[in-house]
Design a protein around this ligand. Structure first.
Ligand code: SF4
Length: 211
């Protein structure tokens, strides 16, 4: 169990899955830069968070709800949460908003699952499903919160805490993901992988030694 002071931002999980270096730049070095995709995401989230609470056919819809889990050591905000009546209880059904389209990996799903696990801990309920709304395709993907997704989410939360505790940013390593990463200009993932640059730096060092 973590204490209140140990809680890390829940959004760090998707960065952990995307790239540990990105996660460290953001959460250890507090470095951040927006690109087209992150700015679009922020606009969408601001819009969703500003909408008012609603009550529709037995479902209460709340926005921008603060959540936390001492088991996972995470805190954050749920974009939208629908409370569905079940017997004498209201069961939360978290809905995460993304501006793009559904991804092949689990980056969005672990974020949704972590939100559900926070609600479970806070309200002492079991949540079976949640959903992700994708702005680009305007579709809502229902997500089963199964054991394997829960294990992956818990594992990433532990890894995230270890990374922050160690406090060391992993080395840059270029991959295709870097081309869509908003931190590319800060990270410079290609610079040390190009032979010509290595050669160029070696030449400069040799020149300086010769003076
Ligand atoms: S540019 Fe690439 S290596 Fe650097 S933080 Fe982004 S994804 Fe990671």
């Amino acid at each position: 169990m973590y204490s209140e002071d140990d809680l890390l931002p829940l959004t760090g999980l998707q960065n952990m899955l995307y790239c540990k270096r990105r996660c460290a730049l953001k959460h250890i070095e507090q470095a951040w830069a927006d690109n087209f995709f992150t700015a679009k995401g922020s606009v969408m989230h601001d819009k969703v968070h500003k909408e008012k609470s609603e009550y529709r056919k037995g479902v209460i819809i709340e926005r921008s709800v603060f959540i936390r889990s001492y088991k996972l050591g995470l805190k954050g905000k749920s974009d939208v949460v629908e409370f569905h009546k079940s017997g004498d209880k209201f069961i939360p059904f978290p809905v995460e908003y993304k501006s793009g389209r559904a991804k092949a990996d689990n980056t969005d799903k672990v974020q949704l699952c972590a939100q559900a696990m926070c609600f479970e801990e806070m309200m002492n309920v079991k949540i079976e499903d949640g959903a992700i709304f994708y702005g680009k395709t305007r579709n809502r993907l229902n997500v089963k919160l199964d054991e394997s997704l829960r294990e992956e989410t818990s594992y990433l939360a532990q890894e995230f805490h270890s990374l922050v505790d160690i406090g060391k940013t992993p080395k840059e390593e270029y991959s295709k993901k870097c081309d869509n990463c908003s931190l590319k200009e800060l990270c410079l993932p290609e610079i040390f992988t190009k032979k010509s640059v290595k050669k160029y730096l070696a030449e400069i060092i040799n020149d300086e030694k010769a003076i």
